[in-house]
Design a protein around this ligand. Structure first.
Ligand code: ATP
Ligand code: MG
Length: 271
């Protein structure tokens, strides 16, 4: 069934041009900011219900991969979309610069232990995709090696899906100017200063190379079993709504039901 956010889904095996998708787009869903916020709240309540049933049922596993340029809003998205869910059963894993120990292994080694168990939702704030993004742009490994990783990623995610994991991958798409504003805010607003890394300025100089790397990586790894979505993310309220919608859609499709429990206990009195 076609859904409203299919327009944001990266089609498998086709080229992708990020410049075709406006980061400040807010049109696919009707209404204004207030309506969108209200709708996100409604979806949030539904997510709470479904997550509880998912946990109780202990049958499905859900993995959400979040990628973005610096200041792209990964943290804010996690906060808003998962607001109110039971922290038991939802786990967030952040993947920063690999340690020496991690670097001593293959690139999937450090992510695998963070895949969701039965009844769990795992959210990855950055992921194994860094190993075809930053690794490529900053020349951390030779091209022949990072290029082969597309295949390994597709196979790894296929294995997870075959074993019962539902995967959704989201790229929060911001404009270069929006990034400028957000980085500037991290300097100017004392409450945001903790988020500032001098390295962000250096990374920003590689903006175009990152956009190319994202385009190619997403086109090469968006599959039926693990699709990528490019979500316009200049407007936080729109981003939260779209991510909530597509996550809910995935969960609703699983046929999750709160277990009925033992019918034999009906009428039992606890004394
Ligand atoms: P924010 O968007 O708020 O800046 P962040 O996710 O960028 O949050 P940081 O601590 O600023 O968090 O940065 C983490 C850094 O780790 C990023 O620059 C990312 O590219 C880098 N990184 C993550 N995984 C890898 C990897 N496998 N190899 C090299 N660098 C990595
Ligand atoms: Mg950063």
């Amino acid at each position: 069934m076609a859904t409203k956010f299919d327009r944001y889904r990266v089609p498998p095996g086709k080229g992708l041009r990020l410049s075709d998708i406006a980061p400040d787009e807010t049109k696919a869903f009707d209404g204004d900011k207030d309506q969108a916020r209200a709708r996100t709240q409604t979806l949030n309540a539904r997510l709470e219900e479904l997550q509880e049933a998912l946990y109780a049922e202990g049958r499905h596993r859900v993995l959400v991969v979040l990628q973005a340029m610096d200041a792209g809003g990964k943290d804010g998205t996690i906060r808003s979309v998962f607001e109110g869910v039971n922290p038991q059963g939802v786990k967030v894993a952040c993947f920063k610069q690999p340690t020496r120990h991690e670097l001593a292994h293959d690139f999937l080694w450090r992510v695998h232990p963070h895949t969701p168990g039965a009844g769990e939702i795992a959210i990855w704030n950055r992921s194994h995709y860094e190993d075809v993004l930053v690794a490529r742009v900053r020349d951390l490994v030779p091209e022949t090696r990072w290029r082969r990783r597309y295949e390994h990623i597709v196979a790894f995610e296929k294995m997870l899906a075959d074993e019962g994991t539902t995967i959704r991958k989201v790229f929060l798409h911001i404009s270069k100017d929006e990034q400028r504003k957000r980085l500037q805010e991290r300097i100017d607003d004392p409450k945001k200063r903790w988020k500032w890394h001098p390295a962000d300025l250096d990374e920003r100089r590689w903006w175009d190379d990152y956009q190319r790397a994202y385009e190619e990586a997403m086109a090469a790894t968006s599959t039926e079993h693990a699709p990528w979505y490019v979500v316009p993310a200049d407007r936080n309220w729109y981003r939260d709504l779209v991510v909530s919608e597509l996550l809910l859609d995935a969960l609703e499709g699983l046929g999750i039901r709160l277990p009925e429990g033992d019918p034999g206990i009906a009428g039992l009195r606890v004394t």
